[in-house]
Design a binder for this molecule. Structure first.
Ligand SMILES: [Zn+2]
Length: 209
């Protein structure tokens, strides 16, 4: 959604960047779209930077389930994204994968890059955690982004309904309490995640999986 007003006097100057947030459950193709977008913009001669955090590869890369991958900068909690991007000047756009795991100040830094430096920011991530509550960074993106898109690349619950929510499963049971971010094994019980429809998320029915 682009808002244009013929009444407001917009000062002439460098163009504003756009901040877009693409959200969806696990397995909906967010990383694949992030990589595709990077490829498309790069082919037009635009200069980009790719960021990620806690990628499934465990390294500073974006990897997608269908085999595409790209080098990326790992976003540590204390990384200043404005300073990072300005140090790599000129940068036309930034791809932010796994943006749900960034800090709230980092999301505000992305907005600053769009507004003050004309950088287009394309952020991808989960909206909500295993408790079905929003990640703080995702909430900030909903509040600040120019455009928000739900990705629904046919990720289905076991029952066939659209998969909407990310359930955490430990010991074969859906769990509703614990740390917001737990990736992989935690030692005692292997933790996995399963996408469920709202109904089966709420009832805790994992099907036969
Ligand atoms: Zn279901």
């Amino acid at each position: 959604m682009t808002e244009l007003s013929a009444l407001s006097a917009v000062p002439a100057g460098p163009r504003d960047g756009v901040l877009r947030f693409y959200f969806g459950p696990m397995d909906c193709g967010k990383s694949t779209l992030a990589l595709q977008m990077n490829y498309n913009h790069g082919r037009q001669g635009r200069r980009g930077l790719v960021l990620t955090k806690h990628d499934r590869s465990g390294g500073p890369r974006i990897t997608s389930r269908i085999g595409l991958d790209s080098e990326a900068v790992e976003v540590e909690d204390d990384l200043d994204l404005v300073a990072l991007v300005l140090s790599r000047k000129p940068i036309d756009y930034v791809i932010c994968d796994e943006a749900c795991f960034y800090t709230v100040p980092q999301i505000e830094q992305l907005a600053h890059l769009a507004d003050e430096h004309g950088v287009d920011v394309y952020a991808f991530g989960l909206a909500s955690d295993f408790r079905s509550q929003m990640f703080p960074a995702s909430q900030r993106l909903f509040e600040l982004a120019d455009e928000i898109s739900r990705l629904q690349v046919e990720v289905l619950c076991w029952c066939g309904r659209p998969g909407r929510l990310n359930a955490r499963v430990a010991g074969g049971k859906l769990v509703r309490t614990g740390e917001q971010i737990v990736i992989g094994d935690t030692g005692d019980a292997p933790v996995r995640y399963q996408v469920l429809c709202r109904r089966h998320y709420l009832t805790g029915d994992l099907g036969d999986a």
